[in-house]
Design a protein around this ligand. Sequence first.
Ligand code: ADP
Length: 363
Amino acid sequence: MPAVISLKNVTKTFPGTRRSAATTAVDDVSVDVEKGSIVGMIGYSGAGKSTLVRLLNGLEQPSSGTVEVLGVDVGSASEGTLRGLRGRVGMIFQQFNLFGSRTVRANVEYPLKVAGWSRQERTRRVDELLDFVGIADKAGQYPRRLSGGQKQRVGIARAIATDPEILLADEATSALDPQTTAEVLDLLRQINRRLGITIVVITHQISIVHELCDQVVVMENGRVVDSGDAYRVFAHPRATLTRRFVEAVTQGVPAGETLTALERGGGELLSIDISDVTSEDVGEILHRHRARHAVVHGGITEVLGRQIGTLTYRVHTDRDALERIIDEIGERTEIRHLTAAAGAGTAATDAGNDPTATQEVAS
Ligand code: ADP
């Protein structure tokens, strides 16, 4: 698949002032976005995400490196070329950015007017778009009368009005409640699958990436610390930050006081990484060995329908069965025997607090 966006060693430094030092907001970033994919760019506040968006739509020029969008070198393109390019890249925003004084229909119609569509073509296209995003009945309303989810549907209809090849979603669901978020994500998925539009999602919410994105780019301090297939990145994190993102949802391996409290409950504590080995698989193995068990810590999440996480089980069984269980599961995934006596079995590790427990990627 050809790349519709290609960043090569892109650095963006903002010069310092008398009061502040220079800031490198984007630091030697190289990323390719394949046509037809849904890519999530995730990072906490200050990671450089907004700057990256501004580089992609030509609002900022890179200090060094090249930003190529749909074959246009954004750094050297004329204003006219950039204007043409912006028509091929739709954008949706956290705060929707609708015209408050115009109706839903007029908001969606606006980019078509700018692009010189005839009145008749515009009417037909707006009807089609409002139908597609599910708010045909709101055509005559003003944005202030709409819910957040409905406003974002207007934003989406406007963004895809001129049939762009790329849609940039900048924290597009951050202001929405979970139910509305799920509906908007569903709409974005349809836009990708049915219209073939490549989508770049910029977010600090890991759940968005889990549900929607097939590729992910993890950013920290302007740098890409992890990237690739979404399941790989979250099931086998290469960067401490990625691991933290996952553990924020799945709790990771218990350590410290949490572990001490769990140990007081008796039995053996087994902490198991869930990935290709699902929680159902682990349950089946424990049942087969007739080991009484319960999940006492951890959590799992699904990335594009596949499980990821860490579950800690309290297991009551005899020594032999325990060894067989550890061997059988250990052949397929990471298992830690947290209550093992020192030197016996699989040593208990405090992976949650050990920065060396996960391989760091030098970027
Ligand atoms: P994010 O969107 O991930 O929160 P930003 O791209 O907004 O990150 O910011 C990355 C860093 O660059 C921050 O330290 C921010 O203060 C700095 N920065 C962003 N824009 C400017 C600017 N126009 N001038 C100076 N510093 C900036």
